[in-house]
Design a binder for this molecule. Structure first.
Ligand code: 13P
Length: 257
């Protein structure tokens, strides 16, 4: 089945409000025509309202980089899904940097996924193994466990709103990317197959799964040529308008129509 490719730029802790708006004025005209690719930018919380206002008439969607699962309460520093909802379509959860530095757990990723879907928004659930796990041959088991935990209790009909991003930790920000074939193999056997085990073949076939980790214009074609990879979650290269536009153009060309 044809899955619409989705390219999401995770800006991480980069771009203040004025920088983000200036950047989008450069980027938006370059990528606005590629309607067969879903285009998403994920600024920091502080910048979301300015970005959402700037993109109000644009086909580019906005994502938050995280959310808390509770509606409100005594959670100092946190932002709820309800607070974010007017400004975003997507929320990235389970990013390896949050797992590493902010104590993100599989159980919390699941709570967040449930809260996001209940609010009618779409989670981008990031999973991926460390270098040590990769070298020990644990990748498939580990990623399968992350995917299973994240999806616990999510209903069949909610799965159309779920995006999963496979990001091997050793490939993030390192310049080292997985080969297209290897990434496709892990996505097929550990991510899509796990979705299939729980939800059946047609949902496994329909769910969109991104690759992330040092994606750039020079390797994008290799990833987009893979049958199981439906786009990219991009850090560094999404901060540069020419690079981001090149990634969108390549996805549109390779994935078609
Ligand atoms: P890089 O593209 O900078 O490796 O970052 C990937 C990432 O973590 C996207 O979420």
């Amino acid at each position: 089945m044809a899955r619409k490719p989705i390219i999401a730029g995770n800006w991480k802790m980069n771009k203040a409000p004025d920088e983000a708006v200036a950047f989008l004025r450069e980027l938006a005209p370059m990528i606005s025509a590629y309607s067969n690719v879903e285009r998403v930018v994920a600024p920091s919380f502080l910048v979301l309202t300015a970005v959402a206002a700037e993109l109000a008439e644009s086909p580019i969607a906005v994502a938050a980089q995280d959310a808390h699962w509770a509606e409100n309460g005594a959670y100092t520093s946190q932002v709820s899904v309800n607070m974010l909802s007017p400004f975003i379509d997507y929320i990235i959860i389970g990013h390896s940097e949050c797992r590493a530095y902010l104590n993100e757990t599989d159980a919390n990723v699941n709570r967040k996924a449930q809260a996001i879907l209940a609010a009618g928004r779409k989670p981008i659930i990031a999973v991926g193994e460390s270098l040590a796990q990769n070298e020990a041959g644990e990748t498939v088991d580990f990623v399968r466990a992350q995917v299973s935990a994240a999806l616990e209790g999510i209903r069949h009909e909610q799965m159309t709103d779920v995006v999963i991003a496979y990001e091997p930790i050793w490939a993030i920000g390192t310049g080292k990317s997985a080969s297209g074939e290897l990434a496709d193999e892990i996505i097929r056997t550990a991510v899509r197959a796990t979705v299939g085990d729980f939800y059946g073949g047609s949902i496994a076939d329909a769910i969109r799964i991104q690759y992330g980790g040092s994606v750039k214009p020079s390797n994008m074609e290799e990833f987009m040529a893979q049958a199981n990879i439906d786009g990219a979650l991009v850090g560094g290269a999404s901060l540069d308008a020419d690079d981001f536009a090149a990634l969108v153009e390549i996805a549109a060309r390779v994935k078609g129509p």
